[in-house]
Write a protein that binds this ligand. Structure first.
Ligand SMILES: Nc1ncnc2c1ncn2[C@@H]1O[C@H](COP(=O)(O)OP(=O)(O)OC[C@H]2O[C@H](OP(=O)(O)O)[C@H](O)[C@@H]2O)[C@@H](O)[C@H]1O
Length: 214
């Protein structure tokens, strides 16, 4: 069940899941107090073209684990970043094995700027594996949302490690992941993203750039 935070009459924050199960704790437990101090990922939404992000930004999109950037924004990525596509494809088809050991969903592949064509943008590309397959065989919205939380946590961790190594990694810029071909309402993905826990002093903000009409 979707966990929506809502205030009870006593002012304590409970979840719809607790309500559904008649679980009505009386006061704040130590876990609750720790949780209330937990920082969450901040999202800032803009009406902008993702591909116009500044050099070294990380452009983030949702991917299947089958090595296909076939349509939607993935196809635009394949056209603009053919070298990055080859890295994604090798990750899916050579580093992993489709049948025996596919790329685990809920993980992320972060591809450094690698295009050599004159004029190519120097963007990192963050591939969030939110569904195993694509098209009619895509995962259910519930599974895609679960995978999204894990994949974003994995991405934030990778960015932190890379920055610590001294590499230049700019801002994180995401499209409205899952909201097109994967068929998940954008608002549901926003709920998941806003619940991703972050640590102080680490990456804690993501910009969403989309040209979609609201
Ligand atoms: N050309 C373009 N330029 C700029 N923005 C564009 C655009 N085209 C669409 N958008 C927007 O980008 C957001 C996400 O919409 P998308 O449908 O792309 O992605 P998604 O995350 O739901 O699904 C991922 C699966 O889509 C593909 O599937 P296939 O392989 O073909 O099966 C992949 O491979 C994955 O597997 C929405 O806001 C769209 O308005």
């Amino acid at each position: 069940m979707k966990q929506l935070e809502m205030s009870s009459s006593s002012g304590r924050v409970v979840t719809t899941e607790q309500q559904a199960h008649g679980n009505k704790p009386q006061g704040k437990t130590p876990d609750d107090l720790a949780d209330s101090h937990q920082m969450r990922l901040k999202l800032h939404e803009y009406k902008k073209d993702l591909f116009s992000a500044p050099p070294n930004s990380i452009l983030i999109h949702a991917c299947n684990t089958r090595g296909v950037w076939g349509s939607g924004i993935a196809a635009a990525f394949r056209q603009r970043y053919p070298a990055a596509f080859q890295i994604y494809r090798a990750h899916c088809l050579q580093m992993h094995h489709q049948r025996n050991a596919p790329v685990p969903t809920g993980t992320c592949l972060l591809i450094p700027p690698c295009e050599t064509k004159t004029g190519a943008a120097s963007h990192w590309i963050g591939c969030l594996f939110t569904s195993a397959k694509y098209g009619r065989a895509k995962d259910t919205p519930r599974t895609i949302l679960k995978n999204t939380g894990s994949a974003v946590r994995a991405l934030l961790h990778q960015v932190q490690v890379i920055r610590a190594s001294g590499e230049v990694v700019g801002q994180l810029v995401m499209c409205r992941i899952n909201s097109g071909r994967f068929g998940v309402d954008w608002d549901r993905t926003v709920d998941v993203l806003r619940n991703v826990d972050v640590q102080e002093g680490t990456v804690s903000e993501v910009e969403v750039w989309s040209m979609d009409e609201d």
